[in-house]
Design a protein around this ligand. Structure first.
Ligand code: GLU
Length: 313
C-alpha cells in the first residue's frame, strides 16, 4: 500500500456517531484506523460523536461498543470499558462545557456571531449570490449552499438565538497534503462561508466538536472516509483560530458504496455488523471483507483484528 510519509507513533481516533448501528462502512474505516495504528506504533482513541442530541441514542452507543468488542477492536485511549464506566471527555455529550468555553473564547475575540437565518433564507441568499457570480448557469445540484454572511454585520443580540457562526476569513487558501490523495487546496469562505458551530437548538455542530476534540485529545493523524474531504480545510482553519499551531495530518480513504454510487448509511439499514453477526459471519470474515471493500490490497479473505497491521506492510 503506497502512502506518503505516515508519522510513526501518531494518535488517531475512531469516531462513530451513535445515530444507528455500525455498518460495513464504519468497519472499512476501523480497518484503516487500527491497521495503520498497529503498523506504525500509533494509538487509537475511541470517541463517541453524539453531539446531536436529537439524532443520537444511548442504545446505539451500547450497540457500537458491543460490535467493536465482538470484532476484537479496542482503543488504547478511552477503551470500551471506560465508556461503560461513566462520563468521559471522549463522549461528546459529556464534553459540552469544553465546547461552551471554546466558543466563548472565540466570541470574546470577535470571531463568532449570532445568526438568526433560517435554512430557506440561507438558500435564497445563496441562490441570489450564485446567479450573480455564475450568470446563465443554473444552481447546480450537489453544490454546497454557502452562507453568504447575512448576519455577520447585523449585530444580532446574543440572547436572540443560540446559533453561532465563526468567521472563516483567511488570507490564503488552506493547503494540506492528504497522505493518500496528495495535495488539496480549499477555500472555506468560498465553500461554506462562515461556519455554523452551534445551531438554533443549541447543539454544537459536528465541525466544531470534532475540531475542538482533535486538538484537545492530541490527534495528529485523522483517518476517515473521502466523504469528509471537503470538511478538512474548514477544520484546519478553525483549529488555527482555536490556537492550534500545527494541524493534524489527514488521510481520506475510499468509501463503500452501493452499486449505483450511493453511500452506505446506518439509517437505511445497510449491511449492519449486527446482521452479519446474526448471519453467522466471524469477526475475521467481516474485517477481511471490509479491508477489500476499503481499497486495501487484500482479497477479502478473513483477517483477524490482531493482524490488521499486515495490510500496511
Ligand atoms: N462522526 C463522523 C461520522 O460518523 C466521523 C467524523 C470524522 O471522522 O471526522 O461520520
Amino acid at each position: 500500500m503506497i502512502l506518503r510519509e505516515v508519522p510513526r507513533g501518531f494518535t488517531t481516533r475512531f469516531a462513530p456517531a451513535p445515530t444507528g448501528h455500525l455498518h460495513l462502512g464504519h468497519i472499512v474505516n476501523a480497518v484503516w484506523v487500527w491497521g495503520l495504528a498497529r503498523a506504525y506504533d500509533g494509538r487509537v482513541i475511541l470517541r463517541i460523536e453524539d453531539h446531536d442530541r436529537g439524532r443520537c441514542r444511548p442504545e446505539f452507543e451500547q450497540s457500537i461498543l458491543e460490535d467493536l468488542e465482538w470484532l476484537g477492536l479496542d482503543a488504547d485511549i478511552a477503551p470500551i470499558s471506560a465508556f461503560r464506566a461513566g462520563r468521559l471527555p471522549q463522549r461528546q455529550s459529556d464534553n459540552g462545557a469544553r465546547y461552551e468555553a471554546a466558543l466563548a473564547e472565540l466570541s470574546s475575540r470577535g470571531l463568532a456571531y449570532a445568526c438568526t437565518c433560517s435554512r430557506s433564507e440561507i438558500e435564497r441568499a445563496w441562490a441570489d449570490t450564485w446567479a450573480r457570480e455564475q450568470p446563465g448557469i443554473p444552481l447546480l445540484e450537489g453544490v454546497e449552499a454557502r452562507y453568504t454572511g447575512t448576519c455577520r454585520h447585523r449585530q444580532v443580540p446574543a440572547d436572540a438565538t443560540p446559533a453561532r457562526r465563526v468567521i472563516m476569513d483567511a488570507e490564503d487558501p488552506v493547503v494540506f497534503e492528504d497522505l493518500r490523495n496528495g495535495r488539496a487546496v480549499q477555500d472555506p469562505q468560498r465553500q461554506c462561508g462562515d461556519l455554523l458551530v452551534r445551531d438554533r437548538h443549541g447543539n454544537f455542530t459536528y465541525q466544531f466538536c470534532v475540531t475542538v476534540d482533535d486538538f484537545d485529545q492530541g490527534v495528529n493523524l485523522v483517518i476517515r472516509g473521502e466523504d469528509l474531504l471537503e470538511s478538512t480545510g474548514r477544520q484546519i482553519l478553525l483549529s488555527r483560530l482555536l490556537g492550534r499551531e500545527r494541524a493534524p495530518e489527514f488521510l481520506h480513504h475510499r468509501l463503500v458504496r452501493h452499486p449505483d454510487g450511493r453511500k452506505l448509511s446506518k439509517s437505511a439499514g445497510d449491511t449492519g455488523v449486527r446482521e452479519l453477526r446474526a448471519f453467522g459471519a466471524s469477526p475475521a470474515a467481516v474485517l477481511g471483507r471490509a479491508a477489500h471493500l476499503g481499497g486495501l490490497p487484500h482479497d477479502g479473505s478473513p483477517i483477524a483484528a490482531d493482524t490488521l497491521h499486515r495490510l500496511f506492510r
